[in-house]
Ligand binder design. Sequence first.
Ligand SMILES: Cc1cc2nc3c(=O)[nH]c(=O)nc-3n(C[C@H](O)[C@H](O)[C@H](O)COP(=O)(O)OP(=O)(O)OC[C@H]3O[C@@H](n4cnc5c(N)ncnc54)[C@H](O)[C@@H]3O)c2cc1C
Ligand SMILES: Cc1cc2nc3c(=O)[nH]c(=O)nc-3n(C[C@H](O)[C@H](O)[C@H](O)COP(=O)(O)O)c2cc1C
Ligand SMILES: *[C@@H]1O[C@H](CO)[C@@H](O)[C@H](O)[C@H]1NC(C)=O
Ligand SMILES: *[C@@H]1O[C@H](CO)[C@@H](O)[C@H](O)[C@H]1NC(C)=O
Ligand SMILES: *[C@@H]1O[C@H](CO)[C@@H](O)[C@H](O)[C@H]1NC(C)=O
Ligand SMILES: *[C@@H]1O[C@H](CO)[C@@H](O)[C@H](O)[C@H]1NC(C)=O
Length: 646
Amino acid sequence: MSIFYIFASALIALAGYFYIQLNRKAGGDYVTVSGGAHGKGSGHGSPTTPAGGSSPNSSTDNKEVLVLFGSQTGTAELFAKTLTREGAKMGVPIKICDVESYESFNLEYERLVILICATYGEGEPTDTMKDFHDWMFDDCRAVGEELANVKYTVFGLGDRQYKYFCEEGIVMDRRFDELGAKRIYGLSCGDSGGGQLEEQFDEWCKDLWPAVGRALNIKIKENTEEPVEPECRMKYWEEKEAPLPFPKTASVLEPTQRLPVWVPMMRNEELLKSVSDGNSTLAIDFNTSDTIISYQAGDHLGILPCNSDELVAEYLKVLNVSDEEAGRVFSLQDKKTLKNVFPSRVAPRTALKWYIDLAGVPKKSTLRAFAHCCTDAAQKEELLRILRVNPEAQNEFAKLCKKLRTMQGFLRHFDSAKVPLSFFLELMPRITPRYYSISSDILSTPNSVGTTIGIVKGGLCTSMLARMQIGDKVPVFVRKSTFHLPLRHKERPIIMVGPGTGVAPFIGFLERRRAWQQKGATLGKAILFFGCRRHAEDHIFEEYCTQALQDGVLSVLDTAYSRDQAYKIYVQHRVKERAAELWEMLSAGANVYVCGDAKFMAKDVDAELKRVVEVEGKMTPEAAAEFMKKMETEERYLKDVWSSTL
Ligand SMILES: Cc1cc2nc3c(=O)[nH]c(=O)nc-3n(C[C@H](O)[C@H](O)[C@H](O)COP(=O)(O)OP(=O)(O)OC[C@H]3O[C@@H](n4cnc5c(N)ncnc54)[C@H](O)[C@@H]3O)c2cc1C
Ligand SMILES: Cc1cc2nc3c(=O)[nH]c(=O)nc-3n(C[C@H](O)[C@H](O)[C@H](O)COP(=O)(O)O)c2cc1C
Ligand SMILES: *[C@@H]1O[C@H](CO)[C@@H](O)[C@H](O)[C@H]1NC(C)=O
Ligand SMILES: *[C@@H]1O[C@H](CO)[C@@H](O)[C@H](O)[C@H]1NC(C)=O
Ligand SMILES: *[C@@H]1O[C@H](CO)[C@@H](O)[C@H](O)[C@H]1NC(C)=O
Ligand SMILES: *[C@@H]1O[C@H](CO)[C@@H](O)[C@H](O)[C@H]1NC(C)=O
C-alpha cells in the first residue's frame, strides 16, 4: 500500500511538473511555482489571457471581439493588451488571448478576430504561434467557407532589415481571406527597426475602432483619454523572507524559460584589444557542472537578466515606496480572474529587480495610463498632449524621450505623477530573456557554456553581465536552433560568415571540429569570413583562429577591416573576391552559415552569394535564386542573425 502511495504521489508530482511545462509561454506571463506547493492554489496562465480556457460557444463569448497575439519578446503582447484596454474603454466587448493557448477549432465561431503577430527566424511565426500557423495552413482546411462567419484584421510586427519583412502578418492576412473570413480593416506592418513602431501601431488603431464599430454595428465611444482602470491589486502575505523569483533548487529536467537553472559565471574577459568609449566585447563562460544543460554549438543561451540594486532603489524612491513596504511579500492578482501575474510571491524590491524592465525606453501606452496619476492638471495635460497621435506631438515626444531616456526620467520630470506601486507593476513591460549564440562546444568543454557578449550601452542584460563577478549566478536555459554543423557529414565543406560578435557560434564550431579531428575524422574545408573595424582594436579571437588555422581545424581565415584604409571593406567584399573558390565549395555541397547583424550584413552577404552562384555557376538570376532557395530548404544555408540596435 505505502509503496503504491509513494509511487502515486511521485506521479502526481511529475504530472504537476509537466503541467507547468505545458503551460509555459514565451511571453511575460507565468505559472506560480513558489512556495513549494505546485498543486495547491497555484494560479497559472496570465490575467491577460482569460479567454484561454473558456468556451467561445457560449452566447456571450462569441459576441466579443477576440484579440489574438503571437509574440516572442513581448512587443506584440503589449500592443494586444493596450488594444484590449482601449477597446473596452470605448464600449467594445473584447477579450484577449495568447495564440499559444488558443483552441484553434473555435476560430470559426468567432465574430471578429484582431490578430497581432510578430515575425521571427527567416519570415517565420513566433514559437508561440507555430501550432496556430500549422493549423491554419493544414491542407484539410476548407478554402473559401470555413471562416465565412468570421471578420478579421491583422497587424504584423517585423523589421524591414530582414529579408521577409512581416511575413507572418502578411501570410496570415492572406490565409484568413482564403478561408473565407471578411477583412474589416487593412493589414498594417510595423517596423521595429525604424524606431517608429509604436507610432505606426497608434496610427493603425485610429481608424481601426470605427471599422470595428461598423462591423459589429455598435456605437463606439469617442473620448479615449479617460483614465485607465487598474485591473490588478496587491495582496500582502505574512511571509518573512521573499522567495527568489526562480527556484534555486537543482532540477532533474532540462532547464526552460519558465524554470531556468542558476549557473555561476566562471570567466569574464575583455576580448577587444583596445577599449575606448566604454565599448566592450566580453567572453563570458558559465559553469554548468551542477546542471544537466545539454546543447550543441550554434544553439542559443537564454539569459534572464535583472536590474541593478541601485536602479531598483531609485525607482522605489520615485514611487514613494518605503523601505518597510519594499520588503513586504505580496502577490499581484488580477481582480477578475484572481490569477497571479508574477511567478511567485515576492517583495516589491525583488519584483522590480527581476520582473520589470526598468532600463528600457518607456512605452507610450504606459505613459498614457500614468498621465492620469498626475495631481497637477497642467502636467497631466502636457504629458497627454505629447502622447497624442500627430506629427508635432510625436516629434516633441521623441525629443523628450531622448533626454529623459527611461520611465524614471519621466516620473522625475512629471513629478506630480503619483503612480501607485500596483499600477506600476501591472503596466510596465516585463523583462524578457535575451539570447546569445553559444561559442563553446559540449564535447571539448562539457562543464561550461561560453558566450561572446557585445556590451550595449544602457542595455539591461549586457550591463548586468558586465557588472557580474566570477562566482555570481544567473538564471539561464538553452534554446535549440538548427544552426548546426553537418554532424553526419564531417567531410562536407563549410562557409562561415561572422563579423563582430557574429563570430560567436563559429568558435563553438571550430571547437567541435577540433574534437572530431582528435578522434581521427577527416574534416571538410572550412572558410571563415570575419569583419571588424580595425585590426588593432576589435579583431576578436584572432589568436584562437590563427591556432585553428595551424592545426588544420580551419582552412581559410579571411578578414575585412572596415576602417583600416581610406575606403570601407566588409565581409561581402571578401566573399566576392573568393567567388570562384566559393562556387567550387558550393557545387561540392558546402553548408553556408551567416551570423551577426541583421541590419545590413546578412542582406548584403545574401546578395553577394547569389551573385557568386549566378556568375560562377553561369546561371540566370532566377536559377541562382532557385539554387539558394534549395540550399535553404535542405538546411544547407543557415542564418543566425539579430538586430544589434532596436
Ligand atoms: C537569436 C539571437 C542571437 C543573439 N546572439 C548574440 C550574441 O551572440 N552576442 C551578443 O552580444 N548579442 C546577441 N544577441 C543580441 C542580444 O540578445 C541582446 O539583444 C543584446 O545583448 C542587447 O541586450 P540588452 O538587454 O543589453 O539590451 P536591451 O535592454 O534589450 O536594449 C536593447 C536596445 O535598446 C536600447 N536602449 C535600451 N534602453 C534604452 C533607453 N532607456 N533609451 C534609449 N535606448 C535604449 C539599447 O541601446 C539597445 O540598442 C542575439 C540576439 C538574438 C535574437
Ligand atoms: C531572431 C529574430 C528574427 C527576426 N526575423 C524577422 C523576419 O524574418 N522578418 C521580420 O519582418 N522581422 C523579423 N524580426 C523582427 C521582429 O518581428 C520584431 O522585432 C518584432 O517587433 C518583435 O515582436 P515581439 O516582441 O512581440 O516578439 C526578427 C527578430 C529577431 C530577434
Ligand atoms: C462549439 O459548437 C460546435 C457546434 O455547435 C461544436 O462542434 C464545438 O465542439 C463547440 N466548441 C466548444 C468549445 O464547445
Ligand atoms: C565605440 O562606440 C562609439 C559609439 O558608441 C563609436 O562612435 C566608436 O567609434 C566606438 N569605438 C570603437 C573602437 O569601436
Ligand atoms: C565548476 O563547479 C564545480 C562544482 O560546483 C566545481 O567543482 C568546479 O571546480 C567548477 N569549475 C570551475 C572551472 O570553476
Ligand atoms: C509618501 O508616502 C507616505 C506614506 O505612505 C505619505 O505620507 C507621503 O505623503 C508620500 N509622499 C509623497 C511625496 O507622495
